[in-house]
Design a binder for this molecule. Structure first.
Ligand code: AHG
Ligand code: MN
Ligand code: MN
Length: 339
């Protein structure tokens, strides 16, 4: 008989890595796993149901909300509320933090930031989408938890990960001791350990960037794209260009095969597009834990100050050697500008 380890079994085993933990973090991860299975069910039958398409509303960032954006948001919040281990949820889909004021939750130790559905413009065309989550310990000692409990640097994350709803559904997470990936076995409804101790190759042969915006990119990024396209056998160039438009899916491929993902700043969007709290920081934590690198082109993502819930940041993330090469070109460009 084939041996397998479920996410639940794995989480309980790993609890021993945290001698003072009383199981709250384990229960929180379990709750996220449960909500993701419900979202997975809906994503999988999206074409059959009246849940495709635009809900006709916009979120705080003025982006059109898809029906599944709202559904996924509700499912994760409900699971975290009933689980009782989380005192605040911060979500891409909500302007403000969502305090959970029930008797059990208001003294809970953890804060969760979430992008409930990443890549949602891909839902209607059956392209992989994802969920991104980040977990912090609350800082305030008493009274209701507050925004400051969410606005912590990425280095303070106690756990982070993502779910990819792809050709199979996977949950990948870290608690700061490496990265492990679990594949959902739909026949038993369990995530099973399929990718233990994931390591991103130090270099790859794929670059992922929305090249349609080329004209707006900083010189350093333009230079790096040209570098990717030059022939050089020793670095496997020219690299392949692969851009799905779901960051989770692009990063998941690059985590397994090696590669770099860039979403840079432009003159009209000086902080890029992606959000620091629930997109960049959790994915940077995962990629660093897998041996990769993540920066805004100049500074480490995880060290950036966080002052706003929906703050944006440029991001250069993936295989270490590739991100380093791109950073070098960003620095050269800065020097040119300041000369
Ligand atoms: P979300 O669906 O959560 O708003 O995120 C979409 C993000 C990210 O997943 C993707 O890489 C990027 O937006 C795509 O943006 P462009 O269409 O500008 O390339
Ligand atoms: Mn997103
Ligand atoms: Mn989203």
């Amino acid at each position: 008989m084939q041996e397998f380890k479920t996410l639940g079994q794995f989480i309980i085993e790993k609890q021993a890595d945290f001698p003072y933990a009383k199981g709250e973090l384990s229960r929180l991860l379990r709750d996220i796993g449960i909500a993701s299975k419900i979202v997975n069910r809906e994503v999988n039958k999206a074409g059959l149901m009246d849940i495709l398409g635009n809900a006709g509303t916009t979120n705080i960032q003025g982006e059109g909300q898809q029906k599944l954006d709202i559904y996924a948001n509700e499912q994760f919040i409900a699971a975290l509320r009933s689980g009782g281990e989380c005192c605040i949820v911060a979500s891409e889909e909500n302007e403000h933090i969502i305090p959970i004021n029930s008797e059990i939750s208001k003294s809970a130790k953890y804060v969760v930031a979430i992008d409930p559905l990443d890549g949602s413009s891909n839902i209607d065309v059956n392209v992989p989408v994802g969920t991104i989550f980040s977990i912090y310990r609350r800082k305030s000692m008493d009274g209701p938890a507050e925004l400051a409990d969410v606005l912590q640097k990425g280095t303070e994350q106690v756990a982070a990960g993502y779910i990819i709803y792809g050709s199979s559904t996977m949950l990948v997470y870290t608690t700061g001791k490496g990265v492990n990936g679990f594949t959902l076995d739909p026949s038993i409804g369990e995530f099973c350990l399929s990718h233990p101790d994931m390591q991103i190759p130090k270099a790859g042969a794929v670059y992922s960037i929305n090249e349609g915006n080329y004209v707006h990119f900083p010189q350093g990024v333009k230079q790096y794209i040209k570098y990717c396209q030059v022939e050089d056998k020793s670095t496997r160039r020219p690299y392949a260009s692969r851009y799905i438009g779901s960051m989770v899916a692009d990063l998941h491929r690059n985590l397994i095969k090696g590669g770099i993902f860039i979403y840079p700043e432009t003159a009209s969007a000086p902080n890029g597009k992606l959000r620091l709290v629930y997109e960049c920081n959790p994915l940077a934590f995962v990629i660093e834990q897998a041996g990769g690198r993540a920066s805004n082109g100049r500074e480490r993502i995880l060290g950036l100050d966080v002052s706003e819930l929906h703050q944006r940041s440029p991001i250069f993330i993936g295989s270490e050697e590739m991100v380093l090469a791109a950073e070098e070109m960003m620095v050269e460009e800065n020097q040119l500008v300041t000369k």
